[in-house]
Design a protein around this ligand. Sequence first.
Ligand SMILES: NC(=O)c1ccc[n+]([C@@H]2O[C@H](COP(=O)([O-])OP(=O)(O)OC[C@H]3O[C@@H](n4cnc5c(N)ncnc54)[C@H](O)[C@@H]3O)[C@@H](O)[C@H]2O)c1
Length: 257
Amino acid sequence: MAFPTKVALITGAARGIGKAATRAFLDEGWAVALLDIDADTLDATMEELGSQERTLRLHADISNPDQIKSAFAELEAKFGRLDALVNNAGIAIFKPILETTLEDWNRVLAVNLTGPFLMTQIAAPLLSKTRGAVVNIASISALRASTLRVAYGTSKAGIAHLTKQQAVELSELGIRVNAVAPGPVDTAMAKAVHTPAIRADYHDTVPLGRYGLESELADAIFFLCSERATYITGQILAVDGGFEATGIGLPTLRRGG
Ligand SMILES: NC(=O)c1ccc[n+]([C@@H]2O[C@H](COP(=O)([O-])OP(=O)(O)OC[C@H]3O[C@@H](n4cnc5c(N)ncnc54)[C@H](O)[C@@H]3O)[C@@H](O)[C@H]2O)c1
């Protein structure tokens, strides 16, 4: 018999935005399968959450088809249903174009773009039974180009378009697909790639004048998977403090010239 509550599968759930999203779904009474490549952090998070009956630990690399196949088999055995898939796991390698190796490029594309493609493909039959939803995590780097992120930005632009492809085609199965494009959020990933100077610049450039909170991203992700969003599909929702809206974002102009 299928599990009595709704079930979400969240990738990259061991920390950061994925962990905050996990908490949001659990708080709303859902069950959550937490999938992550980092076994130690996943174990710590599982212990912290403590909700054995409504959580499932899935240790897998989303770019590895065999590993995600066995993860899905575990999910199906425990819950027998899936109402939402959050393709959140991602990696960032920040380097100039001329220093980005083929290995860097291939790994970033494999995790950030191929992973969500594979995960959604394997999840679709279960999601179709519940008329469920997919949320892909893109980035402001999907919407606007910058330096030092040729692979990351391209992978995120790819996932933004993948979202539309999936939304159009999977609507036939009753599945909605949207994306959330976070602005800067103070997670371990951001700490690794944002220097103090980059942090100061973001504070200056983002109209709301600050980094986003993990919980603010989690709220948007949950909304798009919820009963409140049943006519929304194929959208890329920037949750970015207004960053995407700033066309001519010159600090001097914003201060009144
Ligand atoms: N933090 C930001 O400022 C920011 C901005 C825009 C977009 N994003 C995106 O949001 C998502 C979450 O970012 P975060 O800041 O929480 O990152 P994070 O690095 O803190 O967490 C990412 C999680 O994904 C896991 N992961 C990485 N590769 C994996 C793989 N191959 N298989 C399974 N799990 C894997 C990691 O182990 C980690 O637990 C990412 O897709 C990221 O690109 C983040």
